[in-house]
Design a binder for this molecule. Structure first.
Ligand SMILES: [Zn+2]
Length: 475
């Protein structure tokens, strides 16, 4: 197992340093001021603006109160000053597509790889439930301060509750759904408890599902368009989506849609969904599609990593893990990939088909970029071969390979991902009034997006953590 990074944190040592703790180690504190000042770093604010050298960012409580050049942002007397000269500041990252109901372990998708004779699915679910604290802290370890759960069982909401109770956890945003047009059992393994996965075939039941999502205090709505062998209700999907979009608007819920085919993707944009998960895989995007997407303001989450890791790499266990995945990925998840000998493997032509999907998805991502369509980074983590938190960096690597520049990638993994969750007004950039989610980096991410992995500290809601305190337990 390629697991060489030295780990020295145990779960018990995952401590919130808090502002007072950080200030104690950095600068004299004052009882008069509750302001923390990050002073001297190069600021990359997440809006796409040019980097600002020698910046000052002021934080009070959980919020950013000022950010700008040192000359423009005086540090109030008595502030706790943290010297970050020679470092880079970026907003906390946000993963626009995760599943907490999937662990990334080899046992987590019996519908794809059935190993229930080795680990019954109930056992896998129990593992996920008891592992939530480690899973959540893995996000912060990777600099990911926000995660968009794209729906599933009530468990997704329970993880949100647990995250809210911990300082060392990301904000979790939960999509109600997926509201699908196919029998839900076909898509998801059984999972104890209530679920927000809904099969609907008519506009009235679709709207009813959205009202339930509002009652559960969903953050957004997810729909699933599935074609091919799943397309049993294909004729109804436009009417159903029209009702979903209208009802969601009444409750202020953004709508994100799973779609991997060009024609329905076009229809969904016309119907007014706010974001698309995945990119069409069946054809190159044509000019009319790109014009429509650009004009609509739809945000696209390409999810390139899942095609490679979940559908190709898992079968021969050849993962090109990034350093941060080895460092911050859950070691028990990584170990599980190597615990099983021969896997039930699909025929070579199927693997080849998924390999081809990567090429098409990557090319279409490049076309969206050229057309000026906003992209957001989503890892689809929870799927096989992907790690909660850290694999967002792998998605950024693949998006970079598709032509997205480091500056654009940073926006994709911050402000645009916040937009998918309907949260761009409160997170996703380093601007006054925003929640204080800030990464302190040792290297310039604009020079190489891989430098986003050089995390020295993580600030989440104003609480500052040394990176070493966020590492997962060793075993
Ligand atoms: Zn997914």
């Amino acid at each position: 197992m390629p697991h060489t990074m030295k780990r020295y944190a145990t779960l018990a040592s995952v401590l919130c340093l808090g502002l007072a703790g950080a200030a104690r180690s950095e600068a004299p504190t004052s009882a008069e001021s509750s302001v923390t000042a990050l002073v001297g770093a190069t600021l990359i604010d997440g809006t796409g603006a040019a980097p600002l050298a020698d910046a000052v960012v002021l934080i009070e409580g959980t919020k950013i109160t000022a950010a700008g050049a040192r000359a423009d942002v005086p540090v109030p007397e008595g502030s706790s000053t943290v010297d970050v000269a020679g470092k880079w500041l970026v907003p906390g990252l946000i993963d626009a597509h995760v599943h907490f109901m999937e662990s990334g372990r080899i046992y987590t998708k019996p519908g794809q790889i059935n190993l229930t004779h080795l680990v019954p699915y109930d056992e896998e679910v129990a593992w996920m439930q008891q592992r939530v604290p480690v899973t959540l802290t893995s996000y912060l370890c990777a600099g990911v301060t926000g995660a968009v759960s794209v729906g599933g069982p009530r468990f997704e909401y329970e993880v949100r509750e647990q995250a809210r109770a911990r300082p060392d956890a990301p904000d979790v945003y939960v999509a109600h759904g997926p509201v699908t047009l196919v029998p839900a059992q076909a898509l998801f393994p059984p999972f104890d408890g209530d679920t927000s996965v809904r099969s609907v075939t008519d506009p009235a039941s679709a709207a009813e599902t959205i009202r339930q999502g509002a009652e559960w205090k969903a953050d957004l709505v997810k729909t699933g368009y599935l074609g091919g062998p799943f397309a049993v209700y294909e004729q109804d999907y436009a009417a159903v989506h029209e009702a979903i979009v209208a009802e969601s608007a009444l409750h202020g819920l953004p709508v994100t849609s799973h779609v991997t085919e060009l024609t329905p993707a076009r229809t969904l944009i016309e119907l007014g969904v706010d974001s698309l998960q995945h990119v069409p895989l069946d054809a190159p995007l044509d000019e009319a599609f790109l014009d429509l997407a650009k004009a609509s303001g739809v945000v696209v989450v390409p999810t390139l990593a899942v095609w490679k890791r979940n559908f190709v790499d898992i079968y021969d266990r050849s993962f090109d893990l990034l350093p941060i995945e080895e460092q911050c990925g859950d070691p028990q998840v990584i170990a599980s990939w190597y615990e099983v000998g021969d896997l039930p493997t699909p025929p070579p032509e199927v693997i080849e088909m998924f390999g081809a999907s990567i090429t098409v998805a990557s090319a279409n991502t490049g076309l969206l970029l050229e057309a000026g369509v906003p992209l957001a980074a989503g890892s689809d983590t929870g799927n096989l071969g992907l790690l909660h938190g850290a694999s967002l960096h792998y998605e950024l690597k693949l998006m970079g390979d598709a032509g997205v520049s480091p500056a654009e990638l940073i926006v994709a993994a911050t402000l645009n991902a916040a937009t998918v969750a309907g949260q761009a007004h409160r997170v996703g950039s380093i601007e006054p009034g925003k929640q204080a989610d800030v990464l302190v980096l040792d290297a310039d991410p604009l020079a190489d997006i891989g430098n986003l992995q050089a995390i020295e500290r993580v600030m989440k809601s104003g609480a500052l953590f040394d990176h070493a305190t966020l590492l997962p337990p060793m075993e």
